[in-house]
Design a protein around this ligand. Structure first.
Ligand SMILES: [Zn+2]
Length: 152
């Protein structure tokens, strides 16, 4: 069981923007790499946000994940499907429903883990392109907007 949650880490599947991926597929990728939950949860991530914005659960929320080496024991994670363009490679190509769902997930994390810092995989691991989204800037834009509407 995870004792501390300092970070919420956002990842992406690094798959083409027009291809849907589900948690079972990511689970198979992880099993192939020898990543498996002792509890039998799917994949090393705590959740996956599909292109259509729906959320699928992976590890239990307080289970230690397998997603960001060196930070797994102090972080919770979510993976967004996408992040690749066919021709130009890595890029921010997430759908509006995905970003809306990410906002919902982050709001939940903020309630569950007060003081949590939400960032991208690449903010913790130098040289990573994942999640192809500037999470810090996105956090400022989304959560400042929410504040200005008078919501918590
Ligand atoms: Zn990642």
């Amino acid at each position: 069981m995870r004792r501390a949650t300092k970070y919420g880490v956002v990842h992406c599947t690094m798959t083409d923007w027009d291809r849907e991926v589900d948690i079972e597929e990511v689970h198979r990728w992880h099993v192939r790499r020898g990543i498996q939950s002792p509890l039998g949860s799917l994949s090393g991530y705590h959740g996956l946000i599909k292109r259509d914005g729906s959320l699928q659960l992976g590890r239990l929320s307080d289970e230690i994940g397998a997603h960001t080496p060196g930070y797994n024991d102090v972080s919770v994670s979510v993976i967004m499907v996408g992040g690749l363009y066919h021709k130009s490679g890595a890029g921010d190509n997430f759908s509006l429903p995905q970003l809306q769902r990410l906002g919902t997930v982050v709001s939940y994390w903020k309630k569950l883990y007060p003081g949590i810092e939400v960032l991208g995989h690449c903010d913790l691991i130098k040289g990573s392109k994942c999640p192809c989204l500037d999470v810090r800037s996105w956090m400022v834009s989304i959560f400042n907007n929410i504040k200005s509407k008078g919501e918590p």
